[in-house]
Design a protein around this ligand. Structure first.
Ligand SMILES: Cc1ncc(C[n+]2csc(CCOP(=O)(O)OP(=O)(O)O)c2C)c(N)n1
Ligand code: SF4
Length: 276
């Protein structure tokens, strides 16, 4: 990342990061920073909230209003911040374990409320920080420290869950397709309502090693070769798509937003009490 952007947006005294060589977290974090810079947002009006995990450490490296919260609770804290000050742009950084496992309940209700938050879920298919346990997004039959013979659970598609739960902007990209990822994050931030962007990334230390996926570079190559744009999916047969995943924008609709509805209700109650 260009050094001016690092100086402008990172807490340089906290660098270098704790992330392993080949980890994708730095790429996703810099995509978020580039999206914020491209949108020319006032840094003081941006608040970044994260849970706990390797990915959630990103908030500590970024020089905005930031909150590093408890595991799985980033959306609960972010909801409180947004309701208290709807003028803020609130961005949530979460891992697949943080968002889909312990935080799953907060996730579905934030989607349902359609509150104006932008959630970026770093999906490395594993619990990185605590030593490579399987997560709800570990693909079926893949290995982890707690599924040494293969994961017999089916994995969650968090984009489908977000759409079913009521999110109004849903997209997916990868650390390989970084230009696309930046654009999707920009659109998610500009969208008025709950935006969910899944960023497929790599943990060579646990997921990569356990599943013989190679180093960070090999894992990036895997992303390149297995991602299919949602706009092109019709060109592929069901068999061809069976080992692929879709990237792009899946949903972008307008629905009433929670803090606006809340504001309207407060105003209508104020008018009614003045009438008395
Ligand atoms: C209530 C609670 N339970 C468990 C933990 C332990 N813990 C910390 S990070 C983590 C998993 C993080 O995985 P993920 O969200 O996928 O992020 P990653 O490290 O892979 O980026 C767990 C289980 C905790 N800190 N708090
Ligand atoms: S353990 Fe995995 S997710 Fe955590 S920093 Fe290392 S490579 Fe990244």
């Amino acid at each position: 990342m260009a050094s001016e952007l690092i100086k402008k947006y990172y807490r340089t005294d906290t660098l270098p990061t704790i992330w392993c060589p080949g980890c994708g977290n730095g790429i996703i974090t810099s995509a978020i920073v580039r999206a914020i810079d491209n949108l020319n947002l006032d840094r003081d009006k941006v608040c970044i909230v994260s849970g706990i995990g390797c990915s959630s450490r990103a908030s500590g490296y970024l020089n905005f209003n930031t909150l590093h919260t408890t595991h799985g609770r980033a959306l609960a804290f972010a909801t409180g911040i947004k309701v208290a000050n709807p003028s803020l742009t609130v961005i949530v950084i979460t891992g697949d374990g943080d968002c889909a496992a312990i935080g799953g309940n907060h996730f579905i209700h934030a989607c349902r409320r359609n509150i104006d938050l932008t959630t970026i879920m770093f999906n490395n298919s594993i619990y990185g920080m605590t030593g490579g346990q399987y997560s709800p997004s570990t693909p079926s039959m893949d290995k982890s420290t707690t599924t040494p013979y293969g994961n017999i659970d089916r994995n969650f598609d968090m984009c489908k869950l977000a759409m079913a739960a009521g999110a109004t902007y849903v997209a997916r990209s990868t650390s390989y397709h970084v230009q696309q990822l930046i654009k999707l994050i920009e659109k998610g931030i500009m969208h008025r309502g709950f935006s969910f962007i899944e960023a497929i990334t790599m943990c060579p230390t646990y997921y990569g090693r356990k599943n013989k996926k190679g180093d960070g570079k090999e894992m990036l190559k895997w992303q390149k070769e297995h991602a299919v744009s949602v706009d092109n999916m019709k060109k592929f047969s069901k068999e061809e798509l069976s080992d692929k995943f879709l990237i792009g924008e899946f949903l972008n609709i307008d629905e009433p937003e929670f803090t606006e509805k809340y504001d309207k209700m407060i105003n209508s109650l104020k008018v009614n009490s003045d009438d008395k």
